[in-house]
Design a protein around this ligand. Structure first.
Ligand code: SAM
Length: 267
């Protein structure tokens, strides 16, 4: 893990040169001087258009809140939360993105409220830190071990989690999945049965696109991780909070598997 400083630009270097040196950029940050970091992004003004879908579901005043932005990339969401007064930890496995985020934190003048650390989702299992708000967006489908990642993340949430993932098509939900036995396996062919598509050879040119759950699958996984879904503000977005009536098995009868999988003593 590292919270190292952003690189200091040599005197006289232009913003355009600096952006090129720090790039390529995935997040199109709108810097205070009007410069954009990825103005020709293939998704459009990304992720500003995603932020607009969820911004009203997050309190305007986050003073006193601790937040975690998983897969923070260049820190777009981290900065939006910091602008609302939160203290934010952004984690990502990619040092290039973290360098972009550290540099941009200086531009937005929020270095006193944000930290960026090089971590994998799974490393969170060995941290004692918990958070009022967790953003877990655009990462689950990149994980080779998605339920492990979700179980770890859900245990870190005190108040709210904003979850987003690539999904497989279909909004159907087959409700009565409990109490089934071996002879009922045909029911799993129903389009609304919770499922995840596995991409053995990657997807859309990215070898780390491993999985795409359908909508029913997302809901089932979130519930199984101990979260209740408060709303679905847009396609692929889920606003959740811990469900005290139905905590995850990793907090009740099966913490051993999670501990073993994350290198912690479990016997
Ligand atoms: C598709 S981008 C999403 C960025 C941002 N969360 C968003 O929604 O715009 C995925 C990001 O997650 C990071 N990432 C992928 N796997 C990760 C992992 N196992 N742990 C932490 N970050 C990861 C990538 O480096 C990348 O910055």
């Amino acid at each position: 893990m590292s919270t190292t400083q952003a690189p200091n630009p040599p005197a006289g270097i232009s913003t355009a040169d600096l952006l090129r040196d720090l790039g390529p950029w995935f997040h199109n940050l709108h810097l205070p001087d009007g410069t954009q970091t990825a103005p020709d992004h293939f998704f459009g003004d990304f992720p500003a258009f995603k932020w607009r879908e969820i911004a009203s579901h997050i309190p305007q005043d986050l003073t006193g809140w601790s937040c975690l932005d998983i897969g923070c990339n260049a820190g777009f969401y981290t900065f939006e939360l910091a602008k609302r007064g939160a203290r934010v930890l952004g984690i990502d496995l990619d040092e290039r993105y973290l360098n972009q985020a550290r540099w941009a934190a200086q531009q937005f003048d929020v270095t006193d409220r944000v930290r960026f650390e090089r971590m994998q989702v799974y490393d969170l299992a060995r941290s004692l830190e918990r958070f009022d708000l967790v953003l877990f967006m655009g990462v689950l489908y990149h994980l080779r071990y998605p339920m492990l990642g979700l179980d770890i993340v859900a245990q870190k949430v005190d108040r709210l989690m904003i979850f987003q993932t690539l999904t497989a098509p279909g909004d159907e939900v087959f409700e009565e999945t409990w109490g089934r036995d071996f002879h009922d396996r045909d029911l799993t062919r129903d389009p609304g049965w919770p499922k995840m598509v596995f991409f053995e050879h990657g997807f859309a040119g990215d070898p780390t696109n491993w999985w795409a759950p359908n909508h029913a699958g997302v809901e089932a996984m979130l519930r199984a991780a101990g979260m209740q879904i408060l709303s679905r503000p847009a396609h692929e977005f889920y606003i959740c909070e811990p469900d005290p009536r139905r905590p995850s098995a990793v907090a009740t009868w099966n913490s051993a598997e999670l501990k073993s999988a994350t290198g912690q003593p479990w016997q």
